[in-house]
Design a binder for this molecule. Structure first.
Ligand code: NAD
Length: 466
């Protein structure tokens, strides 16, 4: 950042980071009890402000049901904080490691120490969960944290900033509000670790900025997560799950099934089921979350129009194509090969259904593309084994959609274009800790070094090369 505004912003953020860093350096690493107390405070604060958070999310989205905010956004924070607190003691314990015989009777272990100050940059689609679960993980690992929520969910960002300012001291947790310019300055700060959740395009810029300071990154990105249905799938369950996943938060979920792959002979019956499930779940649309802003709603309509003009069939749910920030769900079949719906991450309630003639060829198609954040497979054990072996994605749910997110003990993250590293559970704790190898050398070694020319040295040289 060299220009006046950007430079001023960078200096302001640097001051905040300095406060956190000084706080970190002034104290010993927090012990188990202190970390558990932080997690308990966070959990209690989220519970106490449930009403504020539900209202803020409804304001940001224009409409979002309380249950949706609680089940998909706030509940996961409470669950994750509880899971971290319960398991932290085990993860914090030093881990004994084997010592080669030449170094006996030395002792080796790995201790996991907090890295320092963790930067957390987050998107708007689940403004609470995607900010506060990384924060809980950073605190569990004994760090301080600086959070930059998305400017596209400003009411949620304000509510979170107020809650965190009341719950933690300024040298423990800081919040920075602002848009891409603030984001760019934030990504350029010399954090000890940076967790970015957002688009692949911005993730690239963030990693470039972090590289300047050699800041290690966890990148939680997006992509086109497929659902692939074997011929022996439970189509009723698949239709119900996938309809729910596209209606929930209006499909604005990083792990929502982006499109469905189904055998050509099963497609017509499956689409009929899917449309019926979507009609039922949509229920007139008055309860469905809106698209976060008008520009993103326009983009979704343009994607549909482009597919239609290329010959695709649209099965739009509800009475009309929606207006403003209301976008009804739609199933799209017979898509032209290179249309936007099949190129870009959809991130809305539109669902292309693509047919395949051979299951293995469909898996090969997934494997050849950018690696998705999630993959959903419906069907029996044989197809499951092939789908797992022949593709790679951040995570997988078998015979379900999106539910792996709720399993706190699993690592959550992408691979390739969908991200780098993971958080949640033990993997999150490890990502935000430094695994420090500690070797305690005995005062008297079995094979003393430093005595040159002796028998021991020759024996040692022989032993190491044997
Ligand atoms: P985004 O990349 O536009 O924004 C994410 C954050 O980056 C925001 O805080 C934003 O202010 C900031 N930002 C924007 N431009 C920036 C720049 N040039 N430099 C630095 N920071 C900048 O993403 P979004 O639209 O908020 O979220 C949608 C995307 O996030 C989708 O691709 C979705 O798949 C992905 N996502 C991933 C996960 C996951 O866990 N992997 C979760 C939710 C969303």
């Amino acid at each position: 950042m060299t220009d006046g505004i950007g430079g001023g912003e960078a200096a302001r953020l640097m001051d905040l980071l300095e406060v956190l860093r000084r706080g970190f350096l002034a104290a010993d690493p927090p012990d188990l009890a202190a970390r558990r107390a932080d997690l308990a405070r966070l959990k209690a604060a989220v519970r106490a402000r449930k009403g504020d958070f539900v209202r803020a999310a409804a304001e940001d989205f224009g409409r979002r049901r309380a249950e949706e905010t609680v089940i998909l956004d706030l509940g996961p924070v409470v669950q994750a904080a509880g899971y971290l607190a319960r398991n932290l003691g085990r993860w914090m314990r030093p881990e004994r490691r084997r010592v080669p015989v030449t170094l006996w009777p030395g002792r080796a272990r790995v201790i996991r120490q907090p890295k320092g100050v963790v930067g957390i940059m987050t998107p708007w689609n689940y403004p609470f969960g995607l900010s506060l679960i990384p924060l809980a993980t950073a605190l569990a690992a004994g760090n301080r944290a600086m959070l930059k929520p998305s400017e596209l969910a400003p009411a949620s960002a304000r509510a979170m900033a107020a809650m965190l300012a009341e719950t933690f001291a300024p040298d423990e947790v800081a919040v920075v509000e602002g848009g891409p310019e603030t984001g760019a300055a934030f990504a350029g700060l010399p954090f000890d670790h940076l967790v970015f959740t957002g688009s692949t395009a911005v993730g690239r810029k963030v990693m470039r900025a972090a590289a300047e300071n050699l800041v290690p990154v966890t990148l939680e990105l997006g992509g086109k997560s497929p659902a692939i249905l074997g011929r022996d799938a439970d189509f009723a369950k698949a239709a119900r799950d996938i309809a729910w996943a596209k209606i929930a938060n209006a499909g604005q979920t990083c792990i929502a099934p982006d499109h469905v792959l189904v055998h050509e002979d099963d497609a017509a019956a499956f689409v009929a089921r899917l449309v019926a499930e979507l009609e039922r779940a949509f229920a007139g649309g008055a309860r469905m979350t809106r698209i976060i802003d008008a520009a993103k709603a326009r983009r979704l309509r343009a994607l549909l129009a482009e597919a239609a003009s290329g010959g695709a069939a649209l099965h739009v749910i509800g009475r009309n194509a929606g207006q403003g920030r209301e976008v009804p769900p739609a199933v799209v079949t017979g898509l032209p090969p290179d249309c936007g719906l099949m190129r870009e991450e959809i991130f809305g309630p539109l669902l292309p259904v693509v047919t395949y003639a051979s299951f293995d060829a469909a898996l090969a198609g997934i494997a050849e593309g950018p690696r998705p954040l999630a993959l959903y497979y419906y069907g029996g054990a044989e197809g499951r084994a092939r789908a797992l072996a022949r593709t790679l994605s951040g995570n997988v749910t078998v015979n379900g959609a999106m539910t792996h997110y709720a399993v706190d003990s699993l690592p959550f993250g992408g691979v390739g274009a969908s991200g780098i590293g993971a958080y949640h559970g033990r993997e999150g704790f490890e990502a935000m800790s430094h695994a420090r190898g500690v070797y305690d050398e005995p005062l008297r070694s079995l094979i003393p070094l430093g005595r040159t020319g002796g028998r021991f040295e020759r024996l040692f040289a022989w032993y190491m090369m044997r």
